[in-house]
Design a protein around this ligand. Sequence first.
Ligand code: G16
Length: 532
Amino acid sequence: MLLNNLDDYMKKYPNKRPDIIQQYGTAGFRNKADTLFHVTFRSGILATLRSRSTNGIIGVMITASHNPEEDNGLKIIEPDGSMLEQSWEKLATKIANIPDDNLEQCIADMVKELNINLKDTVAKVYLARDTRKSSPSLSIALMDGIKACHGEFQDFGLLTTPQLHYIVRCANSNGQYGEPSEKGYYEKLSHAFLRLTEHSKQQKLHLIVDCANGVGAQKMKLMAPYLIEKITFDLINIGDGTLNLGCGADFVKVNQRQPDSIELKSNQHYVSFDGDADRIVFYYRNDRDGKFHLLDGDKISALVAKFLQQLLNESGLNNIEMIVVQTAYANGNSTKYISDTLKLISDCVPTGVKHLHHRALQSEIGIYFEANGHGTILFSDNVQKQIAKCSNENAKKLLHFIDLVNQTVGDAISDMLIVEAILDNLNLTIDEWDSFYQDLPNKLLKVAVKDRNVITTTDAERKCVKPEGLQMAIDKVVAEFGPQARSFIRPSGTEDVVRIYAEAQTKEMADNLARKVGNLVYDFANGIGSKF
Ligand code: G16
């Protein structure tokens, strides 16, 4: 039998809201938690089939990351630790939306079409969850889906999303990438960090970490003792408030201010994670102007690129190809810094770590960060071998650096240690890092419309194709704000909104530009625009 006890499971997990289309979007399924039980059960089936078709262990993380507490979602992880293969995203969407009565037939067709061997393969799924109240019951639905499809599972309970990505990769590489456990993760990263910083002149480092009231808080408590000889932490928003509310990486990036609960002190580094700890942004109070300064994913990219360039040159490995991958949200001045000052190639791809990861894989070293603080660095096997062959001190540092990076996906804990280790090695203050370039003033807005899918884009989301006439209207407005102005729009893949980004010479101009473009989006998407 293809599926076990399906009738019983269908009674337990009927699709109560067939009116809602569940989409496997930018980073998996996302929606109000109470609409996701049938989706989660079905994703258990899908993950089991993916495991059989790849002959590897698949991961499923239950989280809605930066979204509000009442949302939840699923991120499916490939055996190499990357995000679900794109052709399977479509299958995931199909299975999630098929009427209850047709589910078994749909699965049978899929098995046939993809030629999935059900007899001689073992299916295994690793699952974990964030701290949302709905996550434990969704975990049960997921395990039921795996059982229904005759799969095996291992439930890791609470983990950050990047920890699960890491463990899945380790397990599928037979331990070559590291020990497939949470403890293995702490040991590998902390060892690399301590070795990388052991010769620095600076004393102990200290960091204030806003954990967004999410899973990062519990995991930082476990990580901190491993690092105590070099760095200590004050953890805030550790679960005493509401998840992602008035705190966290998304709040800080969008509002360009510190979390409500923080009063900025001089000479202090601050970071904010998001709800599942796969994003990070840095900030501090600049004593010259007494103001909040944000160092986002673009600044992290610039710092990493500069450091790696220097180490590669000093190791005699300057022929290695290195690229920086960004999205349309990257600040115009960060792109300029990468190409004009660092003389590196930068490329722009659509939003979503999966797109950046894919592009970064095509280079020997691929540095990728979204402006929102989501990113990592990828090193090809060939480069790792080349570095391992060099015996100089800088090459040894590079090897420790590679061990500090979670190459599967953006990881707030790993990225936090990467930045601190680089600043320590280069003997740079946060202010000096901030002065690499000055961000063009910018504004992020979101607009709720009847159907966000009426907006379609091209050119890595920098141009709007539909509704017709909207791009022309945006171009006209942008032209009013001078040569440095830029704006684009795109439908979100994680929330039911259209996002608007604008940058211009002054903050006031950027705010005004975003507002004007927001009004255009509202009008065109609701059929009030001139040519709609
Ligand atoms: C997810 C993705 C990110 C993306 C973000 C926002 O982040 O992993 O790559 O930038 O959503 O996406 P959108 O603008 O389409 O809503 P997270 O941290 O929520 O998983």
